[in-house]
Structures are given as C-alpha cells and as structure tokens.
Design a protein around this ligand. Structure first.
Ligand code: GUN
Length: 296
C-alpha cells in the first residue's frame, strides 16, 4: 500500500483563499485591516524563519502584520511590559498578539503568555483559553493542534471511535491535540493515548494507533515497524539535518519513505502540518478581530 498524501500546503492555500474574502468583508465594515503583532525574542534561526512565514502569510491574505524583534538579553519584566503596551495601543489596536516560542531560558514563559489578553491570544496559550479547550468550549485553539485536526477532517480520516496515539506531550501541540481529538463532535470522539519520553515500549502503543501523530522534534523516531497498516500518520516534526549532498534539509519525526509504504495516509515534511499551523493562526486572528467587533 502507498499512503495517500495529506497535502497541508494545498489545504492551507484553500483556507487562505476563504480568509481573504472574510477579511475583505471585515475591512468593508470596520475600515481597517485586522492586525496581528508577533513578538520574536533572540536570534534562533528556526524561530525567525517561522515568524517570517507567519508575517508573509498574514500579508498575503490582507492582514496588517507587524513583527517586533527583541534582543536575547530581554528579561521577563521587559517582555511582559512590551506585551502589555502592545495590548493597550489605541492607534493601531492589535486583534491578535503572539509571542514566538521557545523564549530564552532565563525568561518566565508562563508569565509572558499570561500577559497576553485572552481575547487576543491567537496562539491559545493563555490559561483561560487552555481551560476553555479542556472544558469542551474552545475559543482560540492552539494553531498546530487545530491544523492537525483540520487535516484529518479534510483528508476523510475518521476519528470517532478510533485509537489516536500522540507522541509528545508539549503544551504547544501534544496536550491540546489530545483534548481536541478526545472532544465531542467532528474530528473528535477518538480514544486518545498521549505518549512521551518516559513511556515504556513506545512501539507497543504506536502499533495500536489508527491515527498516529508524531510531535517529538527528533528525526525519524517513527519507523515503519511502529505503524499499523492503513493508519493515518501525521508528522508534526520539523528537523533540520545535514544533507548527504552538502548543506541541510528539513525532515520530520517520521521515516517518510518507509512509513508511506505501510500507512493509509501520511503528511509530508515540508508541506504538511507546517503550512496548516500558519493557516490556523490567520484564522484565529480573523476570529479575534470579529470577536472584538462583536460580529461572532
Ligand atoms: N513555536 C513552535 N510552534 C509555535 C506556535 O504555534 N506558536 C508560538 N508562539 N511559538 C511556537
């Protein structure tokens, strides 16, 4: 069997197209563009690249997007003050505020995420939004988790009653995705297992999975032997490795070439979850703007 490809790039393009029309309607009513402000601290190349993708996509669909870059020496108090200042800006009100993670180790990440007003928290990382998701009444769903669920729905992968195994328990992906897939309704109702670095006999879990999601951040940890034939395999990992021919290339957490011969569906890297994360951020920003306007 050769797996069907879950093409995140194409799905993200369709989502962007729909958002462009929604944003045009918003601008017609409010006479301004929905605005997204992204804060980037330090000089991690991967973070800078993700932030550039987010800004480029935001501009493509007609959002007003600004990136504020801060030096790696910025401390927690200064970052909290910056987020608070962005939130109280009246000239150019930010509908969505996002602080790119990871932050440098000396910064109290939870204090910074807690400073983002929950109604502008387009990442869904504020405790209020995390709580709403856990109670089954989501407002802003973390973008990667939302993107994975959307890919499954769009790809026709049934989740209800199926066994979903997530490898990786991060606050950004694993935990919210576990909640989403276990929630009631479309793209949910799965029986979810959340595996992590302390799980014993990981393959015993992954081989049970009708839906296997790899969100570890290590190249090729999911091999063909770990996959149930016909499963849907979603690769959240984006790892840069040295290429044989020199330079570097991006690979996921899944051994794509081997696993595609076993799986029923598979998402590629690049071109899978990555573009969907960005599309969901755009969608959350439009939602934030509409909520602030009282339109939704
Ligand atoms: N770093 C990796 N993924 C994300 C994300 O979805 N949002 C933010 N803010 N930082 C990230």
């Amino acid at each position: 069997m050769t797996a069907r490809i879950l093409d995140g790039k194409e799905l993200a393009r369709q989502i962007e197209e729909n958002l462009r029309a929604e944003i045009a309607t918003f601008i017609g009513i409010v006479k301004r563009r929905p605005r997204l402000v992204v804060v980037l601290v330090g000089d991690l190349a991967a973070s800078a690249s993700y932030v550039k993708s987010k800004r480029d996509a935001a501009q493509r669909v007609g959002l007003d997007a600004e990136v504020i870059t801060m030096p790696i020496t910025t401390d927690t108090a200064a970052l909290v003050a910056l987020v608070t200042r962005i939130a109280s800006e009246e000239h150019a009100p930010a509908d969505g505020i996002l602080v790119q993670l990871p932050l440098p180790a000396h910064i109290d990440t939870l204090a910074v995420l807690g400073a983002v007003p929950p109604n502008r928290d387009v990442d869904g990382f504020h405790p209020e939004n995390a709580g709403l998701l856990s109670q089954g009444r989501p407002r802003f769903v973390p973008c990667t988790a939302a993107g994975v669920q959307r890919m499954l729905i769009d790809g026709g992968v049934e989740t209800a009653g199926r066994c979903a195994v997530i490898v990786g328990r991060s606050d950004i992906v694993g935990k919210p995705l576990a909640l989403l897939l276990a929630s009631r309704g479309r793209g949910g109702d799965a029986t979810v297992t959340l595996c992590h670095s302390r799980s014993t006999d990981l393959p015993a879990y992954t081989r049970q999975a009708d839906i296997l999601i790899a969100a570890v951040g290590r190249p090729h940890v999911i091999t063909a032997e770990m996959v149930k034939p016909g499963a849907a395999v979603i690769d959240v990992g984006i790892n840069r490795i040295s290429a044989l021919e020199g330079g570097s290339r991006l690979v996921g957490d899944v051994d794509f070439n081997a696993v595609r011969e076993v799986a029923g569906w598979i998402s590629p890297v690049p071109g899978g979850v990555g573009p969907m994360t960005v599309a969901m951020l755009l969608s959350n920003t439009v939602l934030a703007a509409e909520l602030r306007l009282g339109k939704r």
